[in-house]
Design a protein around this ligand. Structure first.
Ligand SMILES: [Zn+2]
Length: 324
């Protein structure tokens, strides 16, 4: 079922207390939404879906109208999630930069989301704090959670490009959390957005622990968020959760899975739409039973669902839904 912001807070409290992680999966269209909600449900897990500004524009078609795109994605998720009373589903706005302030307010006013990330990490700390505080003030009026970030995460994610890699400084994290009152804090600890291999990352898992302990010591304990987690090994992921991470963002992994599965299908079924070289074009009849989009999209859907179930096992959220 679709959660309220208050229920989502309960999900993160449980995760932090018992040290397991909630998977946050980026989505754009219905095949992904089905795969991921079904995956969370069969794992007995709660989970987040997230939509980036780019995803919302894509969902709206040629108009790129973000309000239309957000309504579509939110309605699909709410309607589909209603079938599963034992798995709590949230919808999060991923990486909304300050220029999308009005869009955030639109989503809050229309009850489309359970949480939102304001990403003013490109600004100086004082300005980041000012903007984030403003979003927190509006969101909390609606009982909606806010995620904030300082420092940059290396790589490209949708419209966000960061060439430099800056690790979060624990003292700045403390100041940021205290002054903004964000519910979730995204720490920059060396993960990469996009494709990366776990081995090559200078991952500072110790930094997660340092930030977590500092926040706890100052009575402002928060759930920490790990971005760009697709390239991490299971071991790295488990350790980051043990150190205080409660929200793990996944996007690239699903994209790879889906592309791989559908590519394999078309390699096998190529001649369902392409005339074999030895055949005369006049004699060729394409095979509708193979090129019907349902036949190949379901391959991607099943593969993604399996990936989600595995993520929930690794992160420990499986069989830990607050609704069970
Ligand atoms: Zn991110």
């Amino acid at each position: 079922m679709f959660l309220t912001g208050t229920q989502l807070m309960e999900v993160f409290h449980k995760a932090k207390k018992n040290r397991f992680g909630i998977i946050a999966s980026n989505v754009v269209f219905d095949t992904q939404i089905r795969a991921i909600i079904q995956g969370y449900n069969s794992a007995g897990s709660d989970g987040l879906m997230q939509m980036s500004s780019g995803a919302v524009k894509f969902a709206a078609g040629e108009s790129k109208d973000m309000q239309v795109g957000a309504r579509l994605i939110s309605t699909m998720i709410k309607t589909f999630a209603a079938q599963f009373p034992k798995s709590g589903i949230g919808l999060h706005i991923d990486h909304a930069t300050p220029n999308y302030f009005d869009f955030i307010v639109f989503c809050l006013e229309n009850n489309l989301v359970t949480s939102v990330m304001i990403d003013a990490s490109a600004e100086e700390l004082a300005e980041n704090i000012r903007v984030t505080k403003e979003v927190v003030a509006v969101a909390h009026k609606y009982g909606i959670l806010v995620e904030g970030e300082i420092g940059h995460i290396k790589g490209t994610e949708d419209e966000i490009v960061s060439e430099t890699e800056l690790y979060t400084r624990p003292q700045e994290a403390l100041e940021f959390v205290k002054k903004t009152n964000v519910d979730l804090f995204a720490a920059s600890v060396g993960t990469n957005h996009g494709v990366s291999k776990g081995e090559n990352i200078v991952l500072r898992l110790d930094l997660i622990k340092e930030i977590d302990e500092l926040l706890i010591k100052n009575n402002v304990e928060r759930g920490l968020v790990l971005h760009g987690a697709s390239g991490l090994t299971d071991e790295q992921l488990r350790k980051s959760i043990k150190n205080g991470v409660v929200k793990i963002n996944k996007d690239t992994h699903y994209q790879m899975d889906m592309a791989e599965e559908i590519q394999a299908y078309w390699e096998k079924e190529k001649y369902a739409i392409v005339c074999p070289p030895e055949m005369d074009h006049k004699d060729y009849i394409p095979n509708k039973s193979k090129f019907d989009p349902r036949k190949w999209l379901i391959k991607g859907e099943k593969r993604m669902q399996k990936a989600v179930e595995e993520f929930c096992l690794v992160s420990g959220s499986a069989k830990n839904s607050i609704l069970l």
